[in-house]
Design a protein around this ligand. Structure first.
Ligand code: SAH
Length: 567
């Protein structure tokens, strides 16, 4: 079973040395350190329990450098839920003990041995089968699937009770195991791709050695594929991937079929008849044509799917939120983990990191938006998994529109076949508003004051009408060195419609180190108080301010609207 890189979770600086040693064993492993206690971690967290549970639910292997009891108590509420379980280990902070806790079928004992070897100690393995046979029979390596877990458990307990076993088929990973083998044994481990009825005296392990090529236009694909496998007497568990013509890349039918069958989808070009595609993909395999549209290729060994055809490329335009990791949506975190290529303005790419050594970073200047969008499609069309990074939300004065414009302009079918997704983020106006209270609690208007991409006359007109309409206002890109006078002019226009005591919120570097939040009035606002890292929120006629107990002010715009303002 393949998992993502593990998370190494530590509570104090005392564990850092051990954590770093373990991190060296797993490329891509990140050290998560408790805020204000750990310096130099890859990720900072604030709440141990919530962090551990989130990692567990995302199926991330967890190596916690703390007492086993803490980990058990923290994850206990989640343990009764069914579903896949990532490996979870507790490691003594000085590296003197390695205790596998959960995820026996996810390879936790193997990880415990690897970590123990790295730390030069013994792993605290307690699994009987593992201890006796030196392997977990119910957790075959990548490329193999166990037939039935419940039957398997009984099989292993029979072996532990003293039964002997014989091996049928190729099981290279068992060569090192200490199994009580006997050619005459009643029990057998059977490795093969042929369909077999499960019985109590056979541990069935299926190599993922079968490819199914499908040409085009097959109705009810998952059913048809299952029927084809049955007809050829091939076990569904041995199906390693579907292969389809590259021209069918965007087909939802194919995507859903692959999802339902739980196998990856690969694409072949040039297109051709199913049996021809199958033969080209796996030259040495046995080809079984099913009908004009389907063909099976059966190999001796598990397939290396990454070398068959190409996958459908993916392009995700993501929003990081204002900066703080807690304000990044989980879908974006998952996307960052799966990306092969990351494009964006260098500051944002750095904010999105750290990245693994195998992830390629393409940092560019902030102004080359269309060029960056085209580059992203070129990479994705090669089958890569590409991310374009924006701060805040990618659809708010950021990369999403440029990416769609580049696609709209293109007639390249390979670009249009890319799986494109826009993942939202918390935009600066919303992050700033939340810190101030609810200044955007009623109707509001969002504007960029930059006249780089639109005429200033349009900006003036919109400001005038929005201010007249008594909308609260949120200004992005309020000022810059090359646009020094525009904000002053904008404030003059707003002042024609708003009282000088109208509340104003200035949020600078919100969600980032050194953030500042100020509440002032329109009358007191001057362009010198604002720079390009500032969000300017201007209240409407009903926006109120009152003091907070802990100092500072709350700002809100009530939901109701009337002519008897409270403030
Ligand atoms: N896509 C981004 C906005 C990009 S425009 C988003 O949705 O937030 C850049 C402008 O956004 C900056 O000039 C500034 O006005 C504002 N901004 C971005 N991040 C900010 C932050 N962390 N704090 C305050 N303002 C920010």
């Amino acid at each position: 079973m393949t998992h993502s890189a593990p998370a190494i979770v530590i509570l104090g600086n005392g564990s850092l040395a051990t954590a770093r040693k373990i991190a060296q064993l797993y490329p891509g492993a990140l050290i998560h350190g408790l805020a204000e206690r750990v310096e130099g971690a890859d990720r900072v967290y604030h709440e141990f329990g919530a962090t551990l549970r989130e990692l567990y639910q995302q199926d991330t292997p967890i190596i916690a450098l703390c007492a086993a009891g803490i980990v058990i108590r923290t994850l206990a509420p989640l343990l009764l839920e069914k579903g896949a379980e990532p490996p979870v280990l507790a490691v003594a902070e000085d590296g003197s003990a390695v205790v596998p806790l959960l995820g026996g079928l996810g390879g936790v004992n193997g990880m415990a041995r690897e970590i123990a070897a790295g730390l030069d100690v013994a792993a605290a393995i307690t699994t009987s089968g593992e201890l006796r046979f030196g392997t977990c029979l119910l957790n075959p390596p990548d490329g193999y699937a166990l037939g039935d877990l419940e039957l398997g458990k009984r099989f292993v307990s029979d072996l532990l009770a003293g039964e002997h076993v014989r091996i049928e088929g190729a099981a290279p990973w068992l060569a090192q195991a200490q199994l009580p083998q006997d050619a005459e044994a009643h029990l057998s481990i059977h490795v093969g791709s042929a369909e077999r009825a499960p019985t109590a005296n056979e541990l069935l392990i299926y190599p993922r050695s079968v490819l199914l090529a499908v040409s085009a236009g097959v109705a009810d694909l998952p059913q048809t594929i299952r029927a084809a496998l049955r007809q050829a007497q091939v076990a569904a568990q041995s199906l390693a991937c579907l292969l389809a013509p590259a021209t069918e890349m965007a087909s939802p039918t194919l995507r859903e079929a692959a999802l339902e069958l739980g196998v990856p989808l690969r694409f072949s070009s040039p297109a051709g008849a199913a049996s021809e595609m199958a033969r080209r993909a796996l030259p040495g395999a046995t080809i079984i044509p099913i009908d004009g549209h389907l063909a099976l290729a059966i190999a001796e060994q598990p397939l290396n799917v990454s070398q068959i055809g190409q996958p459908r490329g993916r392009l995700a335009v993501i929003g990081l939120g204002p900066g703080a990791a807690e304000l990044m949506v989980p879908a974006v975190k998952a996307e960052l983990a799966r990306a092969t290529d990351v494009l964006g303005y260098e500051t944002y790419v750095r904010m999105a990191g750290p990245f693994r050594p195998d992830q390629v970073l393409h940092c560019t200047d902030n102004r080359e938006e269309m060029q960056r969008a085209r580059h992203a499609f070129e990479l994705a069309a090669q089958g890569r998994s590409v991310i374009v990074v924006s701060s805040g939300d990618p659809g708010v004065f950021a990369m999403a529109a440029a990416v769609l414009e580049a696609l709209h302009e293109s007639s390249d079918p390979a670009w249009h076949s890319v799986e494109l997704e826009i993942l939202p983020g918390v935009s600066a106006s919303l992050a700033t508003a939340a810190q101030a209270g609810a200044p955007l609690g009623h109707d509001f208007c969002v504007m960029s004051l930059s006249d780089n991409l639109k005429p200033w006359s349009i900006i003036e007109k919109r400001l005038d009408l929005a201010a007249e309409a008594d909308l609260a206002l949120a200004f992005y890109n309020p000022i810059s060195r090359s646009r020094p006078w525009q904000l002053g002019r904008a404030l003059e226009i707003v002042a024609q419609h708003r009282r000088p005591k109208t509340p104003v919120v200035l949020g600078r570097d919100i969600g980032r180190p050194g953030q500042t939040l100020r509440v002032i009035t329109l009358g007191a606002l001057t362009p010198e108080q604002v720079d390009m890292r500032t969000m300017v929120l201007i209240g409407s006629s009903t926006t109120c301010v009152f003091p907070r107990a802990e100092g500072g002010d709350w700002v809100y715009t009530p939901r109701w609207y009337g002519n008897k303002p409270l403030c």
